[in-house]
Write a protein that binds this ligand. Structure first.
Ligand code: SAM
Ligand code: SF4
Length: 444
């Protein structure tokens, strides 16, 4: 039997930070409709699976999750909504393949979730994958679920059409949220206790808009406007595209102390031949020049990136060029993936697909180098004092976990509270986190 009158919900987000943000907004929307979040460990009446379509494995996960939710024992079966990029890409195919699914809602349509739930309550199956001209943001309730570090989506979609990527198809065209809407949401987040705001976008540095005086502004201008908001102590942004790394944004890294010294700037490959086939529209050289310019104004900046190995036509020499650019940049952090052919993208049809065992081998070699760089970056902090924004409890009693300015996770035992900014002496470092001791509280 199906639960047709959900009172509790669970939103499970997969994939990127933009999905985490969308998941938070859906939870706020459901709360505004009178539903409440299911208690930790309890089974929800409505399960929203907020999915990712970027690689095949991520996309397949949704079906095993649906099976898991439907297979759980107990009373009535929960109502299931599939949201996110798999919903956009597969639409009505999802309930055909998984008949237990009641609702399918794309990333630009989730403000319609209450109406879709009403349809499902009446016993119908509800599918909405529209990409309406009017933005969903105006139809969402005010921000409520707040944490010391809060995401704020400022830009969505992508017009760059890298030949491997589904984002332009699942998230639609590049759109920037207006200046005032972003600042209003930032103020609401700060009023609710956020100390750090992470501006999000598929190409966040392509954000553009007009300020309150009608002047054209880019992301650098938006960062400066956030800097002026009292109560905010840290600003970050992600993910950036090399082609949109403008001079005003680079200058902001020099001149805005609240802007943290961290830049996620994916390069994908170190081979110009492969970059061209990927339609990346930057070269290894232009990428390295950007890193140089950013480091010239902010020498301590932590650079992070994304890499794809095994793109069609990638030969050993191309892959070795990727290892060389990694050596040249010296990354503080990175995300690396095996190329995954996505239906409907040009690269999926290209000749010379790379065999899986060759991809495995290249990924291992690349990750060994990236891990060594990340460990060295973390170890360089040992013995130094740094500010940490405390974000969540650790596993041990009395332990809290926060972030350094360079986005490293730092564990420490402290009397301070979540949301505090504390000065910490770094005692030891591993590849994924640092351990420290609190010295004195620097800000509340
Ligand atoms: N807009 C960002 C950019 O261009 O750098 C990245 C957005 S994408 C959601 C995140 C990362 O997923 C990409 O940087 C790329 O490394 C990876 N990715 C995208 N499509 C992929 C595919 N088909 N196979 C493997 N990795 C992929
Ligand atoms: Fe995908 Fe390329 Fe757009 Fe990034 S820039 S979202 S990788 S198409």
């Amino acid at each position: 039997m199906k639960n047709r009158n959900p009172r509790t919900f669970e939103v499970k987000s997969f994939g990127c930070q933009m999905n985490v943000y969308d998941g938070e907004r859906m939870a706020e929307l459901l709360e505004a409709e009178g539903l409440s979040a299911a208690a930790e460990g309890a089974e929800a009446d409505l399960v929203v699976l907020n999915t990712c379509h970027i690689r095949e494995k991520a996309a397949e996960k949704v079906y095993s999750e649906i099976g898991r939710v439907l297979g759980r024992g107990g009373g009535a079966q929960p109502m299931i909504a599939v949201a996110g990029c798999v919903a956009q890409a597969e639409g009505a195919e999802i309930p055909r393949r998984a008949p237990g699914v009641d609702i399918v809602v794309g990333p630009q349509a989730y403000h319609n979730l209450p109406a879709l739930i009403r349809q499902a309550k009446a016993g119908g199956r509800a599918v909405d994958t529209d990409m309406p001209a009017a933005s969903k943001f105006g139809a969402l309730p005010a921000r409520r679920r707040l944490a010391p570090s809060a995401f704020l989506t400022v830009q969505e979609g992508c017009d760059k059409f890298c030949t491997y990527c589904v984002v332009p198809y699942t998230r639609g065209a590049e759109v920037s949220r207006p200046w005032a809407a972003v600042l209003d949401e930032a103020k609401a987040l700060i009023d609710g206790g956020a100390r750090e705001i992470i501006l999000l976008g598929q190409n966040v540095n392509a954000w553009s808009g007009e300020d309150e005086k009608g002047r054209a502004r880019g992301l650098g201008g938006l960062v400066r406007a956030l800097d002026a908001l009292p109560g905010l102590t840290r600003i970050r942004y992600t993910t950036s595209h090399p082609n949109d790394m403008t001079e005003p944004l680079i200058r902001a890294h020099a001149e805005v102390p609240k802007l943290m010294p961290y830049l996620h700037l994916p390069v994908q490959s170190g081979s110009d031949r492969i970059l061209k086939a990927m339609n990346r529209s930057h070269t290894t050289d232009s990428y390295l020049r950007i890193i140089e310019r950013v480091r010239a104004v902010r020498p301590d900046i932590a650079v992070s990136g994304d890499f794809i190995v095994g793109f069609p036509g990638e030969r050993e020499a191309d892959f070795e060029a990727t290892l060389r650019i990694v050596e040249a940049v010296n990354y503080a952090q990175a995300f690396s993936f095996k190329y995954s052919p996505r239906p409907g993208t040009p690269a999926a049809e290209m000749d010379e697909q790379v065999p899986p065992e060759m991809m495995d081998d290249r990924l291992q070699r690349l990750q060994a180098l990236l891990r060594a760089q990340q460990l060295a970056f973390n170890q360089a902090q040992v013995g130094r004092r740094t500010e940490v924004l405390l974000e969540r409890p650790g596993r041990k009693a009395g332990q809290l976990i926060g972030k350094s300015p360079w986005l490293q996770s730092v564990h420490l035992e402290t009397q301070a509270a979540i949301g505090d900014l504390v000065e910490v002496e770094i005692l030891s470092a591993g590849p994924n986190s640092l351990a420290g001791a609190a010295s004195m509280r620097t800000a509340a």
